[in-house]
Structure formats: structure tokens, C-alpha cells
Design a protein around this ligand. Structure first.
Ligand SMILES: C[S@@+](CC[C@H](N)C(=O)[O-])C[C@H]1O[C@@H](n2cnc3c(N)ncnc32)[C@H](O)[C@@H]1O
Length: 215
């Protein structure tokens, strides 16, 4: 059965272990610091009065960075357990950090354009392309301006790297990395256009950070 990112993170045990397990090794710490650096850069040109939607916010890893630079953040996630960790961690920011439990797939049916900018980190690569499109389209519907999202880019070099990793018994973290052509399909389907992108350590990770705006 396919690993399910919608239900997996609803476990209290998974939520409580998330930050420690993913980002405590040396490689994890470096990757975490690098990701946060690029997030800060992606939001650097945006007025600090903007209301940021962080969806899914998980344990508030990136919300913490954005709150630290002065933004107000609404963190939305389908998992009560992940949100509980985020609220505990980010108490010091008071009412600059709000949380909501919701399924992104339903939110955009009732609401539109109440956030200025949005972040969608580390989730799209867990879904097939059609589901990625509807996930990102919902976020774009909720947002007036810029949408920053992360994905995993599938290039010939990264496909070879994946094959070698699998032969060595390692499961790559992203179930559905996308090619350059699929990235364009994703953007178009979500009603967005790319305005900037960062691809740090292209030989070591598939990670890509895309800054997009309404098309
Ligand atoms: C890997 S975590 C990423 C969290 C955070 N953005 C980060 O980078 O640390 C993926 C999150 O997506 C949430 N999620 C999955 N499906 C969702 C949906 N349909 N609506 C809202 N959140 C969802 C999960 O509960 C989980 O917290």
C-alpha cells in the first residue's frame, strides 16, 4: 500500500519525533540550515507587514524562520499532532503565530485570497502530479501574491543517483520528483508563473525552491 502523507503525520509519536529524527544528524543539520537560509532569501523582498500562509506548517520549522524575520504567520496543517508541536515551539511569538487545522483540498472551496504570500514546503513531492496540482492550486487560491514552494527535481543525473541509492538499499525521500516539463505543468495547473528559483547543492540533493506569482 502507498505510504500516505495525509495520515502518516497524524500520529502523535511521528509528530513528536519529526524535528529530532529528520534534522539532528550532521547531514540533517546542514540541510535544515541550508533550507532555512534559502527560505529567508525567498521572502527577503516582501514587506514585513505581509500575512504569510505556511501550508503545511508541520512542526513550524519554517514558520519559526518567518516569525523571526518579523512576519505574521498562519500555519495550517491537517495534523493536530504536528500543529500541537508547532504551537508549543512558537509560543514566544504570541499572536503573531496562529494555527488552523484544515485539509488544503477543502479550504479553497470556501475561502479565497485572505493571505498575502504563501509557503508550501516539503509536501508536494509525496503526491502524484495531479494531486500536486490541486494542492498547489488551492494554496494559490488562498493567496494574493507570491507563493514559494519546494519540490524535488528529476534530472538524468538525479535518476541515476536514485537508481544507485536503491541498489544500495536506500529509499529516496521523495516519492514523486518531477521533471522540468512536469514543473511547468504544475505551475500552469496552479495558475502560477515562476519568477525565481534556487537549486542548492544540485549534485547532492534533488531539492528545488521555486518562487512563483499569479500567472
Ligand atoms: C513532511 S511534513 C512538512 C512540514 C513542513 N512544511 C516542513 O517542511 O517541515 C508534511 C506535512 O503535510 C501535512 N499534510 C499532508 N496532507 C495535507 C493536506 N491535505 N492538508 C493539509 N496538510 C497536509 C502533514 O500533516 C505534514 O505535517
Amino acid at each position: 500500500m502507498r505510504w500516505n502523507p495525509v495520515t502518516h503525520y497524524q500520529s502523535v509519536a511521528v509528530a513528536e519525533r519529526y524535528d529530532g529524527e529528520r534534522f539532528s544528524s550532521l547531514a540533517g543539520r546542514i540541510f535544515n540550515a541550508l533550507e532555512k537560509y534559502h527560505m529567508r532569501r525567498a521572502f527577503s523582498g516582501i514587506s514585513r507587514t505581509a500575512l504569510v500562509l505556511d501550508l503545511p506548517c508541520g512542526t513550524g520549522r519554517f514558520a519559526e524562520v518567518l516569525l523571526g524575520t518579523g512576519f505574521k504567520v498562519v500555519g495550517i496543517d491537517i495534523s493536530a499532532a504536528m500543529l500541537e508541536v508547532a504551537r508549543r515551539k512558537l509560543q514566544r511569538f504570541g499572536d503573531r503565530f496562529q494555527t488552523r487545522m484544515a485539509d488544503v483540498r477543502q479550504l479553497a472551496q470556501h475561502e479565497s485570497k485572505q493571505y498575502d504570500v504563501a509557503l508550501c514546503a516539503r509536501v508536494l513531492m509525496h503526491f502524484p502530479l495531479e494531486e500536486q496540482i490541486s494542492f498547489l492550486r488551492s494554496i494559490a487560491t488562498l493567496t494574493k501574491g507570491r507563493v514559494v514552494f519546494t519540490q524535488s527535481l528529476s534530472t538524468p543525473y538525479q535518476r541515476l543517483r536514485r537508481r544507485i541509492k536503491r541498489l544500495l538499499g536506500n529509499q529516496p525521500p521523495a516519492g514523486y520528483p518531477i521533471t522540468e516539463a512536469q514543473l511547468q505543468t504544475l505551475l500552469e495547473g496552479a495558475g502560477l508563473k515562476e519568477v525565481d528559483r534556487v537549486r542548492p547543492m544540485a549534485l547532492l540533493t534533488e531539492a528545488i525552491y521555486v518562487v512563483a506569482e499569479p500567472a
